[in-house]
Design a protein around this ligand. Structure first.
Ligand code: LLP
Length: 413
């Protein structure tokens, strides 16, 4: 069941009134449902059944410590995309063996840290990077567990900005060259070659591209075995979409079954790195109306105190997010363009939306904002990074307090 649903005249998160949270913490504020986070991890786990698998939640979607701790307690491991995310994972209680480290531009310091920690796998992006990992491992007297990210040349059929599996994209090595790259890497005593990695895109609504990508790495793993290379896992990345509007999205069980189907004959352990599918529906952004003014065409602009600085997805990808009134939900609906306060014409959350006559001071909730929401927030226009709240078992608590201006300026004085 969706976490954000009305109870009488008020929108709630798992039954906890959002108006009360907004009144107490102020806006803009992200609100997360711990129950949804748990439910998403458990449903995915159940989907893979008893096939050997590991869920490495993609921290980039939302690495708030409280969110990560709930995911950890529910049995999710992590995929870190930077040194910063590795540190967050450790801070949240993960062991290095729970972490896969991905990322298209790993710095020498990040490689050093991952090697000395001994993470489960460094997903290498190029032959050069494998070389640098081997050199770092040599310096520290370690053997680094590595996987190779391959680029299979498969279209994700998603938004171009979040598609990663074509040869025009910067990610991984072309699958046609992977066999040679792995053969060379696996001969290095400083490297333990453990697997193959592929991630072709995000917000995917169809399973076919995921199946094809899985089949491509299964075939490559077989070739590597023929070469005498021991492969232990296939990491198939993230990518499963969520319904933001009225899209039909494969259920977690169908997603998992499709991947298991393709990987099973290889007997290899299956890793996935879901981000959005875990945390997207678990979060909403609360914002207050700061102005209402007429717009040409007889409708109106509803200006919020949150904009692209708090939730970038609509401005960056033209992404759709439902917007709902938090209280006073029974007023006569009117048509409005819901916009942010930032000095950019792309700072628009929704055009031609229907909302019960919004007035200044009213609070709205922008839904399905748990993934790539707070994580992509910025200080643009000197906005403070927003507060974040976790709702759990009928109670709520602040899990990130609102940034102050002094905190913004401390690095500049
Ligand atoms: N693994 C890798 C290597 C990735 O690059 C990503 C996402 C994931 C896993 C998680 O993918 P997910 O399950 O969340 O689709 N900011 C964009 C999404 C960027 C995704 C980047 N990579 C958005 O707001 O839609």
């Amino acid at each position: 069941m969706h976490a954000f649903r009305p109870n009488g005249h008020e929108l709630t998160c798992d039954g906890v009134g959002l108006a009360g949270i907004a009144a107490s913490v102020g806006t803009p504020t992200y609100v997360y449902s711990a129950a949804t986070l748990r439910e998403r991890i458990e449903t995915l786990h159940a989907g893979f059944g008893d096939y050997p698998h590991a869920l490495h939640y993609a921290l980039k979607a939302n690495s708030n410590l409280a969110v990560v701790r709930v995911i950890r307690a529910a049995g999710g491991l992590v995929d870190a995309n930077s040194g910063g995310e590795i540190e967050v994972a450790l801070r949240a209680g993960y062991a290095p063996s729970d972490i896969v480290f991905t990322g298209v531009g790993k710095t020498p310091a990040e490689i050093d840290r991952a090697v000395t920690l001994g993470v489960k796998a460094i997903n290498a992006e190029s032959a050069g990077e494998l070389e640098r990992i081997a050199a770092a491992a040599g310096v520290h007297g370690r053997v680094a567990s590595v996987a190779l990210r391959v680029n299979p040349g498969i279209a994700s059929e998603s938004h171009p900005h979040i598609s990663t599996g074509m040869d025009s994209h910067k990610f991984g090595v072309p699958i046609a060259t992977a066999r040679t790259v792995v053969r060379e890497a696996s001969a290095r005593p400083e490297l333990d070659f453990v697997g193959l990695h592929v991630h072709i895109g995000s917000q995917m609504l169809g399973l076919e591209p995921l199946r094809r990508a899985a089949a491509a790495v299964v075939a490559l793993a077989q070739e590597l075995r023929d070469d005498g290379v021991r492969v232990t896992h296939l990491d198939l990345g993230g990518g499963l979409g969520i319904p933001y509007e009225d899209e039909t999205v494969p259920p977690a069980a169908a997603y998992a079954a499709a991947l298991v189907d393709v990987v099973k004959p290889s007997g290899l352990t299956l890793i996935v790195e879901p981000g959005r599918a875990v945390v997207g529906p678990a979060g909403a952004l609360l914002a207050s109306v700061v102005d209402v003014k007429p717009r040409a065409g007889g409708t109106r602009f509803v200006v919020l105190d949150a904009g692209m600085s708090e939730l970038l997805r609509p401005a960056l990808y033209g992404a759709f997010h439902r917007i709902e009134a938090v209280a006073e939900r029974n007023g006569t609906p009117v048509t409005c363009d819901v916009v942010g306060p930032i000095c950019e014409s792309s700072d628009v959350f929704g055009v031609g939306r229907s909302l019960p006559a919004p007035r200044v001071g009213a609070v709205v909730a922008i839904l399905d904002a748990g993934a790539y929401g707070a994580a992509m927030a910025s200080n643009y226009n000197r906005h403070a990074l927003p507060a974040e709240v976790m709702v759990d078992a009928g109670a709520w608590r602040v899990v990130r307090r609102r940034q102050t201006l002094d905190e913004q300026l401390v690095c500049e004085e």
